[in-house]
Unconditional design. Structure first.
Length: 115
């Protein structure tokens, strides 16, 4: 049963932008913190950004100023706006929804930054 559906990945050139989307069921979206993680080639999965169901957001320092997370409660969708993409941002990006007793992951969407 698919709980989280990501979209928006693709191939872009350095300096360009992408917006990733993650749509969840209403029950999951309304009660969980939504976040994005990524796994770069040869590296461990790492936290990128998160936003609580109250709208409090946090972005990892290495992408702060370039990436922004938001959520649309009417659409049950969380977004990751990525600007000024760099080659080192190439990764599979995963959406996650979590709370005290829940933890859901999407299947991931590939972002490739290359000239």
């Amino acid at each position: 049963q698919v709980q989280l559906v990501e979209s928006g990945g693709g191939l872009v050139q350095p300096g360009e932008s992408l917006r990733l989307s993650c749509t969840a069921s209403r029950s999951i979206f309304s009660s969980n913190t939504m976040g994005w993680f990524r796994q770069r080639p040869g590296m461990e999965r790492e936290y990128v950004a998160g936003i609580t169901n109250a709208g409090i957001s946090n972005v990892e320092d290495s992408v702060k100023g370039r990436f922004n997370i938001s959520r649309d409660n009417d659409k049950n969708t969380a977004y990751l706006q990525m600007n000024g993409l760099k080659v080192e941002d190439t990764a599979v990006y995963y959406c996650r929804a979590w709370a005290y007793r829940s933890d859901y992951w999407g299947k991931g969407t590939l972002v490739t930054v290359s000239s």
